[in-house]
Design a protein around this ligand. Structure first.
Ligand SMILES: C[S@@+](CC[C@H](N)C(=O)[O-])C[C@H]1O[C@@H](n2cnc3c(N)ncnc32)[C@H](O)[C@@H]1O
Length: 327
């Protein structure tokens, strides 16, 4: 990866964290974590990345960590208690990262990490209804104090809207057929549980004999829609950039192609390329370079990491550095 510093040697996380941090060495290298630095972890989760950032920025580095899941914040705060006041952990959506940073005295930082999506702890918690592996109420909200549930979506959206959701966010080839099956089913009784939805999808599309469950893409689409993942990311990227000092790093790990595309397009737009229509003879958009990509394209997990942690297989890391000229 271009001018990323070489991977550091990372000790295994202390405590029994059931969530294995993905691309850990690569994230620390991309963030260029240094003693005394100030960092933001926008997605605290099980605290694996946070722990490594705090260790590598010791003795006096500071970390502001956010998560929209209040239970995750409480658990990570307890697990990382030994770092004392070097860790400030807040229950906050990362779309409000600027406000959080201002409140907590982090006006400029050396690096910001986003490790998007859901932790294994959340996916494996049957009460959240994020996965079809356990039968649970169709909820899927990471922050159960706000927003609509998956139950509301599947039982009230039109067939066209459901089909569009499964196609656009799930990349599900049989989106229309599944949407039609949902409408037929809910005329009899509303869908209430993850098990009911998973069986309905499996019946609608038939078991393909492939390695993934037929409902995987539908569940992925619903999780993203319920939690507004792309909208929050689109809001957070410019806010995060504004918080970086010149030379500071923006690092994003995505697990979904639409998230990765959003990050890629954002970084490209910030590199000062002209965005005028191709037929326009003179540039009028006056692009200003704010970010420069670190490395070429994405960093992917090694075969060894995928073997150790199957969940890492779709992870893609992109990084950018803030340029001097930016105010
Ligand atoms: C993949 S996990 C992060 C794991 C973490 N890096 C670790 O090492 O344990 C993603 C976390 O991001 C949180 N999250 C997702 N969207 C968020 C948002 N818009 N604002 C704040 N947190 C969010 C989830 O609740 C989840 O805990």
């Amino acid at each position: 990866m271009g001018h990323v510093t070489p991977p550091l040697s990372i000790p295994p996380p202390a405590g029994a964290a059931a969530h294995l941090p993905v691309l850990l060495e690569e994230s620390l290298a991309a963030l260029d974590v240094r003693p005394g630095g100030r960092y933001i972890d926008a997605t605290l989760g099980g605290g694996g990345h946070a722990e490594a950032i705090l260790e590598h920025s010791s003795p006096d580095g500071m970390l502001l960590a956010l998560d929209r899941d209040g239970e995750a914040v409480d658990a990570a705060r307890r697990r990382l208690g030994r770092f004392g006041s070097r860790l400030v952990a807040l229950h906050r959506n990362f779309s409000r990262v600027e406000e959080a940073a201002r409140e907590e005295g982090f006006p400029q930082v050396d690096g910001i990490l986003f490790d998007l999506g859901f932790s294994s702890l959340q996916m494996d918690d049957p009460a959240r209804g994020l996965s079809f592996r356990a039968d649970a109420p169709l909820d899927m909200r990471l922050d159960r104090s706000e927003g609509i549930t998956a139950r509301q979506i599947v039982n009230s959206w039109s067939r066209d809207d459901l089909a569009r959701l499964f196609r656009d966010l799930g990349e599900e080839p049989q989106a229309r057929r599944i949407a039609a099956a949902i409408l037929e089913r809910r005329q009899k009784a509303p869908l209430e549980t993850t098990g009911q939805l998973a069986s309905l999808v499996a019946e609608a599309v038939g078991r393909s004999g492939g390695r993934i469950h037929p409902a995987t893409r539908v569940f992925q689409a619903l999780r993203m829609a319920v939690n507004g993942e792309l909208e929050h990311l689109r809001r957070a990227l410019p806010a995060a950039t504004a918080l970086l000092r010149a030379g500071g790093r923006l690092v994003v790990i995505s697990f979904h192609s639409l998230e990765d595309r959003t990050v890629k397009e954002y970084i490209r737009a910030m590199t000062g390329r002209c965005s005028c229509p191709p037929h326009q003879p003179v540039c009028t958009c006056r692009p200003r370079a704010i970010l420069s990509p670190v490395g070429k394209g994405t960093v992917k997990p090694s075969a060894e990491e995928v073997r150790r942690n199957r969940r890492s297989r779709s992870a893609r890391l992109r990084a950018a550095v803030k340029l001097e000229v930016a105010a």
